[in-house]
Design a binder for this molecule. Sequence first.
Ligand SMILES: Cc1ncc(COP(=O)(O)O)c(C=O)c1O
Length: 377
Amino acid sequence: MAAEDKCPETIYDVKTPSFLVDIDVIKRNVTRMKETCDRLGVQLRPHMKTHKTVELGEMMTNGTKKCVVVSTLDEAEFYATHGFDDILYAYPITQQKLDRCRRLAEKLEKFHMMVESPESMEALKTTPRGDNKNWSVYLEIDLGLGRTGVEWDSDLALTLAAEAANCPSIDFLGLYVHSGDSYLARGPDSIRQSGRKNTDKLLQLKVRLAEAGVTCPSLCMGSTPGCSHPDDSMAQLDCFSPGNYVFHDTMQMRIGTCEESDIACRVICRVISHKKSQNKMSIDAGFLAISHDGMELGLAEGPVIFQGHPELKLLGMCQELGSVGTQGTPLDFSKYPIGSLLFIYPHHSCATAALYKNYYIHSGEKIVGVWRPTRGW
Ligand SMILES: Cc1ncc(COP(=O)(O)O)c(C=O)c1O
C-alpha cells in the first residue's frame, strides 16, 4: 500500500483484487495447533513460508519470536532483522549460500541448517563458520515423498548422520522431515495412518543410528495435514513444523485437514464482464491474483471455492482476468451484476499469498490492519 493511500475501513472498501485475512480465524487456527502440540508434548517450530509476516510469526510463536522454520534466506534475514531467533533454514544447503548463512549464524543466538547430500556435508565440513562456533545442522530425511532428503532406509542416511555427528565444526541436531505424503491422505483417519507410518520409519532410523553409535538428539516432522490430525505415536517425536495451518485453503479442506470455516484467507474480486452467449463471466482476478495452483488437477468443481456460491466454477485464468462459469447449469447473471463482489477461498494459500504486497487483516467486516510480507530469495 502506498504511504498516501488511506487504509480502507471495511473489507468492502479495499481495491480489487486484494488478499483478505480473517484475524479471528487465524487466532483459532494458531490456538488449535499449539494445543495439539501441548497435548502431545512436542515442541512447535512453525514454518513461516505461508505468510512471511512478522505479525503472524509473533502469533505462531506465542509472542516469543523464537523457534521458527523458513524456506528462503530472504525469510531468514527478514525474521532475524525483526528480532526473531532460533531459526531453522529448512532447505538443502549449497556452498554458494554459506556466506549468507555465516552472517545469520553470527547475528543470531541459534541458526540451524539442513543437509541432505554428500556435497552439502562436504561444503559445511570444509567451510567452518570462522568464529570458533559450530554449524548447527539437521539431516533431512525422505520418508518416501521423493522430493528432497536422503532416503530413510539408505546407507547414505547413516553415513551422513555419522559424518555430521563426528565433525568437530558441526553440532548434529537430528533428523528433519517434511511429511508431504500426508497430502495424499483423505480424511483424518488416513492422515493419522500416514503419520503413524512416518513416525515408525523415523524411529527405526533413530535405532539404526544408535546401533551405529550416532546419537540423534531430535526428531522434527512437519506438514499441516499430519500435525493437524496427529497419530498418538507422534508424541514420540520432539518437534512439529507445520506452516500452512494458519491460513488453510481448499486443498486442506479436500484432504480433510480442515473445514471451510477454518480457511482464514480469501481473494476479494469483482465481476467485470458477462458473456451470456457462453454462460460465463469474467472477474478482475487472474493468475497473478489467485495463482494457477490446482488448475492442473482438473477438478469438476474447479480448484477454488467462491464463498456462498457453490454453483460457480473457476474455468480458467489469464494474467489479470479470471473466467467463471458453472458445472453445466445456466448461470444466473442477475445474481452477479457487473461490479459486484466475489470472495474466493484459494486452492493453495501459500501460492496465492505470495502474489500480494499487502494483506488486509479484518475482524468481521472491519479492517484492523495491513501486514506486509517479505518477498524474494
Ligand atoms: C521443509 C518443509 N517443512 C515444513 C513444511 C510445512 O508444511 P505445510 O505446508 O504442510 O504446513 C514445508 C512445506 O512445504 C516444507 O517444505
